[in-house]
Every structure is written in C-alpha cells, then in structure tokens.
Design a protein around this ligand. Structure first.
Ligand SMILES: Cc1ncc(COP(=O)(O)O)c(C=O)c1O
Length: 466
C-alpha cells in the first residue's frame, strides 16, 4: 500500500515524478547510501559522488601513464591534454564563451576567492562592497581591501526572508568610486538561508562601475548557471560540492578582461615566463597560468570532466526540480509542527517557500516554552539515528548574526572584554551571547536525495514535539 504521506507529496509536487530516473541511479550508482542506512542531508556541505565516477577515474589512472604537465614529452603531454580538456568541459558546463572566460584551477572556492582578494588592485580610492550574507572566504577579502586602504561596505539582509532590500542595494551600488576599481561580492545562493539573490544584480552592478564576484559555490550544485546569459567577472566554485569527487579541486571562472586587472603579489613555479635571480626581475605568464602556483593536481583534474559528464547525463534541470520538490515538502511540514503548548517547534531563518530558495532549510528547534534547543544537542540526537545534518553558523557570520539577533553592540562588548583581544574560543563566545542560540541547524537536500530522506528528518523533528 502506498504511504499516504507519499501520495500527498506527489499530489503537491507532481514534478517529482519527472525525476524518477534519479531513484534508479541512486539504487545502482550510490548503493552505499542505502546499504549503510545513512540519511545524508548535508549537500550544501558536500555533494556525494557516484561509484561510477570513481571507477572511471581509477580506470583512467590504471591504463595511462601521466607525467608532470607542460613539457613536450609524451607522458607530460597526456597530462596537459586532460587538463586542457577539463578546463574546456568546465566552460561548456557553464555555457561560458572561451573567448570571454577562462578557468583557473584552484584547491577550492576559497582558493579562488583568495586569488581575487590578493590580486585585486584595491587602493585608498577604491571600494569593496559585499552583502552581510556571505561565506567567510568572501568576507576575508575585506582584509586585503583594508590593507590597501579601500572603503569596505556591507549591505544588510532583513528578517524574516533574509533578502536584501532593493533600496539598500541601489544606494550601495551608487557608491562606486569613479575612475578606480570597485569590487562587489555576493552569493548566488546563501549557504546559510539558501536565499537565491538575484542574478540581475550582476548587470546592475557592472553598469554602475563594479567588478562582480558571484560566489556560486552553493548555487552551482543544483541550479543552472548560464554564463552565456549572466556575465559576472569572477565565479568561484568547488567541485566536490557539485559531484562529490574529487575533493581538493575548485575553480575561478574569470572574465578575461577582468582578469587582466589582477596582479599577483608573488610569483611561483609555473606562473612566470621568465624570472631572474641576478636580474631581479620576473614576467608573469599570460592567462590562467599566472594564477596556478606550482604543479597543478594533474592526476585528479581529469576527474572533474568525469564528474561534469555525470551531472550532464542526469541533467541539472532535473536535479533542480527534484531539490525544489523535496525542499518544498520539508518546509511545508516543518512549518506545521507545534508543541501542545502552542509554541512552534522550529523557527526557519530565510524564506519559508521555494520561491528563489535553494535546497537547504536552516532553523532552530524550540522547546514548549519557546526556548531554543541547543544546535549541538540536535546534531548529536540526529547522528544517533544516522542523520547527517550540519549545525553552527556555516562560516557565514553575517547571516548568522542577523538570524540569531546578535547585535553589533553585543559583539563589540564581547570582543573588547579583557583577554578577548587576540583569542576567543567558541565557548567564550557562547558565554558572551548568553541565552541566545549561537548557531543553527541546516538540513540540505541535493542530487540523490529522496522522499525517504526527507521523511526521516521530519520524523526526527516530530520526535521533539512535546
Ligand atoms: C557559498 C559558499 N562560498 C564559499 C564556500 C567555500 O567553499 P570551500 O570550503 O570549498 O572553499 C562555501 C562552502 O561551504 C560556500 O557554501
């Protein structure tokens, strides 16, 4: 007999039926997931790999001889060929014109962001603008901006939806400094609230004199990013978030024109055409090479192309549809849960519908008296029933502070306390904001999530209702 909740789910989200091929795929290519009875709900943390990806990569390594790239010998050429092929497949996946964009291979999205931060021509005349809602690896660029005397401005997000208000955005974008370099950075999808900030901002900002960093690390795994249509200057991504394997590889997809503005603060093996000891001079290589320090990860890079082909064989739109359906069901049901006292079981941070919303739901659980239940307690309890979810602030302190109502005054008081100038442990921080939740719980669905996964976490949530 069909589970009545499943029938209700399909009735509400009929598009889920168009994604059934993913259930078949999960059964044979991700068999370890059900065999080990793991309920994986941390896709914003990391995607999962298909077993076929690993086999294809291992087969490639077993059957070929690869040497250090960029020499003319045959084993080196074999490696170079696969690296160039990986770059081309990345551009193709994002529909980026190779005349306009190029791919710099990095260790992860953070590595891509650091390249922009350390090389961007900040000066005392320039401006770094970013949303409160940003990963720390985007926040960290402000330290390069500060070092060079640039102005740094944060645009707030507002509760309950945690979106940016138009007037705040427009007045901030009007502050580009003329005749100099201005950088604006925001996430296409928040890794905290899963809000999808408008891609229309890219053109809005560029037409007002900003270079745009579009952080696509959380967006790319379950949404189509079409660089034929949208033209950000810099796009950082991590591949393990899209297809799970390999880890340790990401990319900075950069507009060639914007890249020409960047200047590396050092040189290394591989990044120069000529460097001299006696002459005391060096000449940076052209294009991507100037940004890839030393020997690239040439044995793992071919696995990027294998991963991208895997996603293409499923279809990013199908993955997107599935994620929207599952997220919708999760939101609909969590919103309904109340204690007998009438208190809501959860408070959701961010939109409570799937409109411009990605595949994660971030929330805190509350007891029947309306007091927050510690997020670490929730993670431990979920782990006992094999549910992997993530708790904390997900390296997004700006969104976390807004969601949890932690004010700048409270933070200043905490950071200025004796002993807190140089070091502050997480426990000290919790003491500072005594009584408030210091983090949240993030449940995220992705590529091979299914109805049973979502029901498992809903059953877990129901077990907390008193
Ligand atoms: C939106 C966003 N940006 C950047 C990053 C940094 O990615 P990585 O840790 O792979 O460098 C993450 C990781 O969670 C993210 O979600």
């Amino acid at each position: 007999m069909t589970d009545p909740s499943y029938s209700a789910f399909i009735h509400t989200y009929p598009a889920y039926e168009t994604t059934f091929s993913i259930d078949e795929l999960r059964a044979w290519d991700y068999a370890r997931l059900d065999a080990s009875r793991q309920v994986y709900l941390d896709y914003t943390g990391a995607g999962l790999y298909a077993e076929s990806q690993v086999h294809a990569h291992h087969k490639l390594l077993e059957e070929h001889v690869f040497g250090n790239p960029h020499s003319t010998n045959p084993t080196s050429q074999a490696a170079t060929h696969l690296i160039e092929s990986a770059r081309a497949s990345i551009l193709k996946f994002f529909n980026a014109d190779p005349q306009e964009y190029l791919v710099i291979l990095t260790a992860n999205a953070s590595g891509a962001l650091k390249l922009v931060g350390e090389s961007y021509p900040f000066s005392s005349n320039s401006h770094y603008l970013l949303t409160f809602d940003n990963h720390n690896s985007v926040n960290g660029i402000r330290e390069f901006a500060h070092r060079d005397g640039a102005q740094v401005t944060y645009i707030p997000v507002a509760l309950p939806d945690m979106r940016v208000q138009d007037e705040h955005l427009l007045s901030a974008l009007a502050q580009a400094k003329p005749g100099t370099h201005n950088l604006f950075a925001y996430p296409a999808q928040s890794n905290f609230s899963s809000v999808q900030h408008p891609l229309e901002w890219i053109e809005l900002a560029r037409s007002r004199g900003w270079d745009v960093v579009l952080d696509a690390a959380a967006f790319a795994p379950t949404n189509r990013l079409d660089l034929g249509r949208w033209k950000p200057d810099f796009v950082p991504i991590s591949f393990y978030k899209i297809f799970g394997y390999p880890t340790g590889l990401g990319a900075l997809i950069a507009r060639r024109q914007a890249l020409a503005k960047l200047h590396r603060p050092w040189f290394a093996g591989g990044t120069i055409t000529v460097a001299s000891v006696q002459g005391g001079k060096y000449y940076l290589a052209e294009g991507a090479a100037a940004f890839e320090d030393g020997t690239v990860d040439y044995l793992n890079i071919p696995a990027i192309e294998i991963g991208l082909k895997h996603i293409e064989s499923i279809g990013i739109d199908k993955i997107h549809t599935r994620v929207v359906c599952l997220t919708g069901w999760l939101l609909d049901n969590l919103k309904k849960m109340h204690h007998s006292s009438g208190e809501a079981l959860v408070r959701i941070y961010g939109p409570t519908t799937t409109d411009r919303h990605g595949g994660s739901v971030t929330l805190n659980f509350f007891d029947p008296h309306g007091m927050p239940i510690d997020h670490q307690f929730i993670e431990e309890a979920a782990s006992r029933v094999n549910i992997s979810l993530r708790t904390g602030c997900f390296c997004n302190p700006g969104a976390g502070e807004i969601a949890l109502g932690i004010s700048s005054m409270e933070l200043a008081a905490c950071f200025l306390q004796p002993g807190h100038q140089q070091r502050l442990s997480y426990d000290d921080f919790r003491l500072c904001i005594d009584g408030k939740a210091s983090g949240a719980v993030r449940i995220s669905v992705g590529l091979v999530s299914n109805f049973a996964d979502v029901q498992a976490v809903l059953n877990f949530a129901r077990s907390l209702v008193k």
